[in-house]
Design a protein around this ligand. Structure first.
Ligand code: ADP
Ligand code: MG
Length: 401
């Protein structure tokens, strides 16, 4: 895999950069600009060496046609502020506006193309359709830099196919992300703990298989914990449950025992009558969730237990909030885990936070990015990396130009 420096002199060259600028929006207001700030250094470095930088990215999940609410226009504005220079915004991705913006760009200028996913070819499963769109993207540039870590696990036109059409290099952000993940997979400093939570249970179960080979301790919270509690024979009321995964989880629990991996589950749960900040709620033992209640956070004793289990660890990977943190009454568990990671970081541990909502959670709860070893911009991508899967957006960079 080539680095940008290995691409040679880029002055005057048109460099297409795939960034991950998929930020959460409230109307036109960006509620967390973490991905923009993380993407800026690569764009800035290219601009400073005199490249004509053409940034492409997606936002949300439009269905292959333009949808104004998913326009990258607000992102162009914020990116300009972060870079401290003008970002020209093209009103289409590969059409007249894009071509004109690229044509007009001088050395060092930065252009942002409109949402890649306004084009059906971007995410198409049909190689030919994807290829056609990749041809159009590639025709705008001389070289390609892959810097969207959040999408490297996707076989998409702007991630995979375009790299096969242009001389290519890995961007600084992807390089840094992969560097950290390598430290988690190859000979991690021990004890090594992994904290898993969040809502996408079946998505995240795959990684457990692999983590049982590498981690010393697995702490489970968030929405996925109820499938674990159920597997232990407890009733979980109206909590999030993936009933079809209960057997798989039983298998993981057995495997963990055999391998001597410690599985830490919450001992108490904040149980509410409904998914609402105003719901009636109480702290109950994890094994005694009332039939008409749903667990929306790990309880205070669990927060203390999880912090204890994390203190003294040399390596910690955390993906997925411990509760429905967006609502203040259910944020304490996530806050307790974040605080434990900060303390571990202060004592010299490598701590990594992965996942869009997890990253948003630590910021919303008032923590600073610098208090953690690394906040990954790609939840899905980092999990698939830890799962040992092939990431098409990375392996394609190993191919010759
Ligand atoms: P990430 O983006 O960090 O990978 P996920 O997308 O898997 O995390 O999950 C984040 C979501 O999980 C949050 O919106 C949070 O409200 C939700 N969540 C966490 N715990 C629970 C719970 N007990 N019940 C319902 N939702 C939960
Ligand atoms: Mg998420």
């Amino acid at each position: 895999m080539k680095t940008i420096a290995e691409l040679g002199d880029l002055r005057g060259k048109r460099v297409l950069v795939r960034s991950d600028l998929n930020v959460p929006l409230d109307g036109r207001t960006i509620t967390d600009d973490g991905r923009i700030r993380a993407s800026a250094p690569t764009i800035k470095a290219l601009s400073e060496v005199g490249a004509r930088v053409i940034v492409c990215a997606h936002l949300g999940r439009p269905k292959g046609v333009p949808e104004p609410r998913y326009s990258l226009a607000p992102v162009a504005e914020r990116l300009g502020e972060v870079l401290g220079r003008e970002v020209r915004f093209a009103e289409d991705t590969v059409g007249e506006s894009a071509k004109a913006a690229v044509e007009a760009a001088g050395d060092g200028d930065v252009v942002l193309l409109e949402n890649l996913r306004f084009n059906a070819g971007e995410t198409s499963k049909d190689e030919a359709e994807r290829g056609l769109f990749a041809d159009q993207l590639a025709s705008l540039a001389d070289v390609f830099v892959s810097d969207g870590f959040g999408v490297v696990h996707r076989k998409q036109a702007s991630v995979y196919d375009v790299a096969r059409r242009l001389p290519h290099a890995v961007g600084g952000l992807v390089e840094a992300e992969v560097g950290v993940l390598t430290r988690l997979t190859q000979d991690p400093q021990r004890p090594y703990a992994v904290v898993l939570g969040g809502a996408k249970v079946s998505d995240k179960l795959g990684v457990i298989d692999n983590l049982l080979q590498t981690a010393d301790r697995l702490l489970i919270g968030g929405g996925m914990v109820f499938t674990f509690l159920k597997a232990q024979g407890y009733e979980v009321g109206t909590s999030l449950l993936e009933a079809d995964q209960v057997d798989a989880v039983k298998g993981y629990l057995d495997q963990a025992k055999e391998r001597g991996v410690e599985i830490v589950l919450p001992v108490d749960i904040v149980a509410a009558t409904e998914f609402s900040a105003d719901a009636e709620r109480e702290v109950v033992p994890a094994g005694a969730i009332p039939a008409d209640r749903m667990g929306l956070d790990i309880g205070p004793e669990s927060g203390v237990l999880f912090a204890e289990k994390l203190s003294g660890c040399q390596t910690v990977f955390w993906n997925g909030p411990m509760g429905a943190f967006e609502m203040e009454p259910y944020a304490a568990g996530t806050s307790a885990v974040a605080k434990a990671l900060v303390e571990a970081t202060e004592k010299g541990a490598l701590t990594v936070v992965g996942g869009g909502d997890s990253a948003a959670a630590v910021r919303q709860l008032g923590f600073k990015d610098e208090q953690f070893g690394h906040i990954s911009t790609g939840g899905g991508a980092s999990l698939e990396y830890l799962e040992g899967k092939d990431l098409p957006g990375l392996s394609v960079l190993d191919e010759k130009d």
